[in-house]
Design a protein around this ligand. Structure first.
Ligand code: G6P
Length: 612
């Protein structure tokens, strides 16, 4: 996720772009850049590492760059760590094409090799530079104009992109193209704008054009024309934005958390895109190899908070599929316990921020003991990402709400992919099962969307039980891991006392806490354990509990026991966490809203805990 703004008009472009980028900083903030042009003069480019403020100061709030046409970008790194070199805009060698990009180009390696065969060289680690040079390549090869060259590049690029590009020989125009990444266009009497999101241009216009998937736009000073990938002109009707500035920043949602809950299918889709190519799991730039996988004797997953819960779910998947022993440890405990580590162990650290102090310390402890480490990290270039021997990135984009949702979901995907790869390489599953499981992972985003479609029922339920004082989440196996995360969400943002219990453990203590009206959520997504957990649900019901059941479509007999039931689509049972967690995130969210709490910034909690 990154923020893009383009301006082509009669005013000075740089201050307008900086102001627009500031409104998009929630989309990315590790580096930024501007490209400004003054008529036919050379395009000036200024970039800076760090928050947007650094760029604003470097350019004297934009006053140092003269010109009334330009593009700007605020970055959230996916390919290549945050640095001035990797910051956008990117440019072809002769400065013929200058552009900014948001999205992930999946076949960047193949395109890079193609361009290298034609003597292109690369200065950055970004996939964006490749896209820009690909457009340049087609422009020179076919001697055609911008729309044709962009369209030719689009037919070669796989993945998602929003591209905003300027061409040396077309001084009064900006070009845009998009596929699966957001990009809007706004037009006033004498100017046109492009932006990743509405807040960037709301000050200037409320009439926006939503560029369609795989469409191209040509922006003049107060004009916009649209084309499809076959370069035919298309008509797009403008839409009027009715949100105020604050709502616009959250995409019309009331809070970042609910926005991010809805971004989960996209986060999961992007993460799968980075891990799967031609139906196979790829190691990418992680440096992991089949040999390392074959030689691993034990996996230790170390993390904090929700990332630890990903570890708990992953343990079932790894052990079940790959038959390799897995230990899951809280980083804060692991580091002070003098843990027993063996030479061929693999320590996997899961962290959204990549900066959590305990997780980082655990990683260092493993490294000092000479143990191989692997990070599953959301922030490129963060401390854990830099120090781990191998890194797989989650492509969730920046997460603003303190309670994690989309990063958690993306972490699960990396864990599944690694477990499947371990199982396959170690001969525990055959090729058919391998292929089928990868195909099943790819169905998860659409299934997650179906779960989200059903959110009103949860909203109703949460409103009805907003006065709950105690809550219990019970489940067995993977359902226990799901319960742990569901319960944490409830505590974090709704301040409802809540506990997750292994359903079979209830009778050893917790059941004494159940009284008339106590809310209990029974998670039953695992067929083998369905009847067992259901009998635990009957036990609490007979002591007066009010029961919510969570299972997959088809298991309708749960309604004989539960007072309220939520169904999620069926998937491979190893991947159920990805679907079943969504109703529980929604439950925590809507309960918090119903209680009038500060959902995005719950009391006493921080997004990234960099102290012990
Ligand atoms: C904090 C956050 C949690 C998060 C945990 C681990 O407690 O509030 O949402 O799960 O830290 O953070 P990390 O960045 O390492 O995933």
């Amino acid at each position: 996720m990154c923020g893009i703004v383009g301006y082509n008009g009669t005013m000075q472009a740089a201050p307008i772009l900086l102001e627009g980028l500031e409104k998009l900083e929630y989309r990315g903030y590790d580096s930024s850049g501007l490209a400004i042009r003054d008529g036919a003069k050379d395009i000036e480019i200024v970039k800076a590492k760090g928050r947007l403020r650094v760029l604003a100061e470097k350019t004297d709030e934009g006053m140092a760059l003269a010109g009334n046409c330009g593009i700007g970008h605020t970055r959230w790194a996916t390919h290549g760590e945050p640095s001035e070199t990797n910051a956008h805009p990117h440019v072809s060698e002769d400065r013929n094409v200058v552009g900014v990009h948001n999205g992930i180009i999946e076949n960047y390696q193949e395109l890079k090799e193609k361009l290298q065969r034609h003597d292109y060289t690369f200065y950055s680690e970004t996939d964006t530079e490749i896209a820009i040079k690909l457009i340049d390549y087609y422009m020179k090869k076919y001697r055609e104009g911008p729309v044709d060259s962009i369209a030719r590049a689009m037919t070669r690029i796989r993945g998602s992109y929003a591209l905003v590009v300027m061409f040396k020989d077309y001084p009064d125009e900006i070009y845009c193209a998009r596929k699966d990444s957001p990009l809007i266009v706004g037009v006033t009497e004498d100017a046109s704008f492009a932006a990743s999101d509405v807040p960037a241009i709301l000050k200037y216009t409320r009439n926006v054009y939503y560029i369609g998937n795989q469409q191209i736009a040509r922006l003049g000073k107060g004009t916009a024309e649209f084309f499809d990938i076959d370069r035919e002109a298309v008509e797009i009707e403008p839409s009027e934005i009715k949100w105020d500035a604050e709502a616009a920043e959250k995409g019309g949602f009331e809070h970042f958390m609910i926005k991010e809950i809805h971004e989960q299918p996209a986060a999961v889709r992007d993460t799968i895109g980075s891990l799967v190519q031609d139906g196979k799991i790829v190691y990418g730039e992680s440096g992991l190899t089949d040999e390392i996988i074959r030689n691993t004797s034990e996996i230790l997953i170390v993390a904090c908070g929700s990332a630890y819960h990903v570890g708990l779910a992953a343990q079932y998947v790894f052990e079940g599929l790959a038959r390799i022993p897995v230990r899951v440890e809280l980083a804060s405990e692991f580091r002070y316990r003098n843990p027993i580590l063996n030479q061929n162990d693999l320590v996997v650290v899961i962290s959204q921020s990549g900066e959590t102090a305990d997780s980082l310390a655990a990683l260092r402890l493993a490294k000092e003991s000479g143990i191989r480490t692997l990070g599953i990290i959301n922030v490129v270039g963060s401390s854990i990402a830099r120090e781990a021997d191998h890194v797989f990135y989650t492509l969730a984009g920046p997460e603003i709400a303190v309670a994690t949702t989309k990063a958690y979901s993306a972490q699960l995907i990396v864990a599944y992919a690694l477990a499947i790869q371990y199982a396959y390489v170690r001969g525990q599953i055959d090729e058919d099962r391998y292929t089928a499981m990868i195909a099943e992972i790819q169905t998860l985003p659409a299934k997650m969307e179906r779960v989200l479609d059903d959110k009103e029922r949860i909203q109703w339920f949460a409103a009805k039980y907003s006065n709950a004082k105690d809550m219990f989440f019970i489940g067995r196996g993977i359902d226990y891991a799901i319960s742990m995360e569901g319960s944490l969400k409830m505590k974090e943002i709704s301040y409802v006392h809540s506990e997750a219990y292994a359903a079979g453990e209830l009778k050893h203590g917790t059941i004494s806490l159940v009284e008339n009206g106590t809310l209990v959520v029974g998670v039953c997504t695992q067929n083998r354990l369905f009847e067992k957990t259901r009998s635990n649900m009957v036990e609490v019901k007979s002591r007066g509990a009010y029961l919510m059941g969570l299972t997959s479509y088809g298991n309708y007999s749960i309604e004989d026991t539960a007072d309220f039931t939520v169904y999620v689509p069926k998937t491979d049972e190893y991947f159920m966490t990805s679907l079943a967690i969504i109703p529980l995130q929604l439950l925590g969210y809507y309960l918090s809203v119903a209680r009038g709490l500060n959902v995005d910034k719950p009391r006493n909690l921080a997004k990234s805990v960099t102290v012990e």
